[in-house]
Ligand binder design. Structure first.
Ligand code: MCN
Length: 790
């Protein structure tokens, strides 16, 4: 334990070192693929085509190989009689939900669809045998773009002849029409947000062990939410009794949303283990991950802003075609509807907003939440169109934002898209960001440089994020098949040390550190005396998992609530042994003492021992000292902030040089400022990646052209500047520890900040919008088109 970690004085809020790092950095940490070293290996045959009828699947030759244990097809899975239907976890009115089989039987709808599974003695044998499976396809035309899908002759699912899975609207259309009629000016922007492919360090993996005698099935897997995976595998795909199914997420090398979902692959792996009565393991290759891990974004949007000449925004109208891919992933419905449309107000008081989203099936990898999910897409629309309006009105982008900011005395603030923001000091954060970047000086410099044909651009993005989906009842009324609560257990051991268990599941966020900080602070015990358990359905009673920046506010809230229950009980026991009334006992820094008689005191560790001895506790108290809470927040938390990007664009090459990046974030109380800063750093990289480099490309046949890291451009360290980060602290008034989420904030802010900066740089060329990714070619072509004939 480092010296820093022993600090118990206000451990909440201090930058203690991450406990997780030593084992990760020294290679001691164990990942799924290492869990069953003697297991047989599963390899999965994927479709050669994006859209085809399966005429026949001949596995004889593969089966006859010496090193092959078995080969299974979709027909074998059907015959086994399991439910075999990966479900969506969020229904919408009129939603079309075609069956999503774990191995295809009659038709394949994207190149990631599974056609057969080989089990062999080793990984190479399993992959080699895939080549011996003979599939006869009847190839069909494919559709890949969501806006084209709804007018296409191609039908992905017979249940949805026009490829429309849902048609969602929110907001008051009449009020928006009135706002547009009354406004001085209307700004329109058409924009596309391309697909993002998640790139965790560890590709997805599963390992399964089945004991036919006890019927116990254990699955280790790369999971962001083991309990949800257990429930879905039990009820929807495998039909294995939930209490006989254990899901364990060991070290998970990053997720970014992609490991939330129940994919066919872990069900196939577990099903093979059951069929064979033998341990099996499956590890995705990177290429396999690119065509099967749910992608993010894929929006085609038309937006209009009604605004007066003084910059006051009157209304916003948005219509989006959202790509869902070939199958409905669990949150594919909620992400482009509720998570997207309800954040369109950003930090502004917009009196009328209306949004329509058409969710469309295409012959592509399923689309679901990716870091920033829905909120990133929504904030991008608003922050782009506000900039476009500023440009058309001849206003400074900072000033149009300032004109419309929700002021601190307006909280709780109800937006016109159904959110009630909990707290915010938007102008303070924005002023701080502008001060750090030296905004006024930069504008002067921009003017000077333009005289020398140099093109500096300054991009501002304000944002609000809805973090920690809740409350459960409201989510249920809107169609969710999952709750917004989190379970937290705080258990004293007789010797005075503490185990905390939480239903969240870390993939790199540092929960073992921050959750220990929360418990240590509440209980007044040394940090090193608290251990944190996560990611195992046998060790944690229940849980909802880690996504949507919920673990800090909701998991942390559950742990604090349990710790407070423990302290309450301990106080009664302490009062009993101090022979004082409970009302006369106070608790401070791990010690109970009698008010006015500080020498009459007992430590919480002494009380813990007494609680387990049970010799001298109040008559109505049970022995033991532990508590479990299912904390169900009354609302989301709403982190916010302002990011500013500064770029210089080379007009000869179109190259964008990202020179400066300033981020001011407010995530309420910070459990661990160093971890918060790390989250902001990682988030900026992913937002910059989306703005400048990333973006999946399909050809017309539905083949993923950017199918590996050779073609899909991820941001490299040398392409990112040193970030300047700062924060303000506006606690969430309803969260037990004042915490708001932070895990996605920077990804949400970075893409619009960078795109706004590039478009600002190109103002002299009258370029009013460019779609991501802003590759050199795309930027150069825009400049070239603008200067043609010059
Ligand atoms: N935290 C804090 N103070 C706050 C808020 C949070 O100290 N006011 C701490 C938390 O205790 C936690 C971390 O910051 O250790 C992130 O907290 P939170 O914002 O609650 O987010 P989650 O832990 O729920 O993580 C999910 C979020 C999401 S949605 C994605 S995507 C993402 C992200 O976190 N994926 C990540 N950050 C990631 N970081 C890594 N290393 N790997 C991923 O896959």
């Amino acid at each position: 334990m480092s010296e820093q970690e022993s600090v118990t004085d206000r451990v909440f809020g201090s930058s203690v070192e991450r406990r997780e790092d030593r084992s990760i950095l020294t290679g001691v940490a164990e990942y799924t693929d290492e869990k069953l070293p003697d297991a047989a290996h599963v390899a999965i045959l994927r479709s050669q085509y994006a859209h085809a009828t399966l005429e026949s699947v001949d596995v004889d030759q593969a089966e006859n190989r010496d090193d092959v244990v078995a080969v299974f097809t979709g027909a074998d899975v059907e015959e086994s009689g399991i439910p075999n239907d990966i479900p969506t976890a969020w229904s919408l009115p009129g939603l079309v939900t075609p069956q999503y089989r774990i191995i295809a039987t009659d038709k394949v709808r994207h190149t990631g669809d599974a056609i057969a599974a080989v089990v062999a003695e080793d990984r190479y044998a399993a992959h080699n045998a895939l080549g011996d499976i003979d599939v006869t396809y009847d190839r069909l035309d494919a559709v890949t773009e969501p806006d084209e899908a709804v007018d296409s002759d191609v039908t992905v699912h017979e249940e949805a002849p026009d490829n429309v899975a849902f048609d969602f609207t929110i907001g008051d259309a009449d009020a928006v029409s009135e706002a547009f009629s009354a406004a001085d000016h209307v700004t329109s922007v058409d924009l596309e947000q391309p697909r993002i492919i998640p790139n965790a360090v560890e590709p997805r993996a599963a390992a399964a062990d089945y004991d036919p005698d006890s019927d116990d099935l254990t699955v280790w897997m790369t999971s962001q939410n083991p309990h949800l995976h257990r429930m879905l595998m039990s009820t929807a795909t495998l039909g294995h009794p939930e209490h006989k199914l254990r899901i364990v997420a060991p070290e998970v090398g990053g997720g970014f949303g992609s490991k939330i979902y129940h994919y066919p692959d872990e069900a196939i792996t577990a099903w093979c283990a059951k069929q064979l009565g033998r341990a099996v393991t499956w590890q995705a290759t990177r290429r396999e991950g690119y065509i099967t891990d749910c992608h993010g974004r894929d929006h085609v949007t038309e937006a209009q802003l009604a605004v007066d000449t003084d910059g006051s925004i009157r209304g916003l109208r948005v219509e989006t075609h959202a790509g869902l891919g070939a199958h409905l992933s669990q949150f594919a419905t909620a992400t482009p509807s509720y998570l997207y449309a309800t954040i369109l107000s950003s930090e502004y008081d917009i009196p009328a907003i209306h949004c329509r989203v058409i969710g469309a099936f295409t012959n592509t990898t399923p689309v679901d939440a990716y870091r920033g999910a829905g909120r990133a897409e929504g904030i991008y629309v608003t922050e782009r169109i506000v900039d476009a309006a500023a440009s058309e009105l001849g206003m400074d982008p900072a000033e149009i934002r300032r004109t419309n900011l929700i002021s601190p005395d307006e909280f709780p603030f109800e937006t016109s898209v159904a959110m009630v923001y909990d707290s915010g000091e938007y102008e303070t954060a924005m002023d701080r960001a502008l001060e750090l970047v030296e905004y006024d000086e930069l504008r002067d410099r921009q003017r000077e440089l333009r005289d020398d044909d140099r093109y500096l651009g300054i991009g501002i993005a304000n944002f609000v994020e809805s973090a920690g989906l809740s409350p459960s009842k409201a989510a249920g009324e809107l169609g969710a098949a999952a709750g917004g609560w989190e379970a937290g257990v705080v258990r004293f051991h007789p010797s005075g040390t503490v185990t905390v268990a939480c239903g969240t599941a870390d993939q790199g966020q540092g929960h073992r550190t921050t959750f220990a900080q929360v418990a240590a602070e509440e209980l007044g015990v040394p940090l090193e005396d608290v251990d944190v358990v996560e990611g195992d359905t046998d060790a944690v009673p229940q849980g909802m998992g880690t996504y949507g920046s919920r673990s800090g506010p909701v998991g942390g809230g559950a742990i604090a609530t349990s710790a407070r229950k423990v302290v309450e009980k301990a106080k009664r026991i302490a009062a009993h042994s101090l022979e004082a009334s409970v009302d006369d006992v106070e608790f401070d820094d791990g010690e109970f003492s009698v008010v006015g008689a500080p020498d009459r005191s007992v430590t919480i560790q002494e009380v813990a021992l007494e609680a387990y001895l049970g010799h001298d506790i109040p008559g109505d108290a049970e022995p033991g000292l532990e508590a479990t809470s299912y904390y169900d927040p009354e609302n989301f938390t709403f982190p916010f902030g302002t990011h500013v990007a500064v770029v210089e664009v080379d007009p000869e090459t179109g190259e964008v040089d990202l020179q400066t990046y300033v981020a001011v974030d407010d995530c309420g109380e910070q459990i661990n400022p160093m971890i918060v800063e790390g989250q902001v750093h990682g988030g900026i990289a992913q937002g910059v990646g989306a703005a400048l480099y990333e973006g999946a490309v399909y050809d017309d046949t539905g083949t993923l052209v950017t199918g590996s890291m050779n073609e899909y451009a991820l941001p490299r360290a040398h392409q990112l500047p040193d970030y300047e980060t700062d924060s303000t602290v506006t606690p969430s008034p309803h969260n037990p520890i004042g915490v708001k989420g932070v895990g996605e904030s920077a990804t949400i802010a970075a893409a619009p900040a960078v795109v706004n900066a590039v478009v600002d740089a190109l103002e002299p060329f009258d370029v009013d919008h460019l779609d991501m990714p802003l590759s050199n070619e795309r930027v150069w072509r825009a400049i070239d088109a603008a200067t043609e004939g010059d």
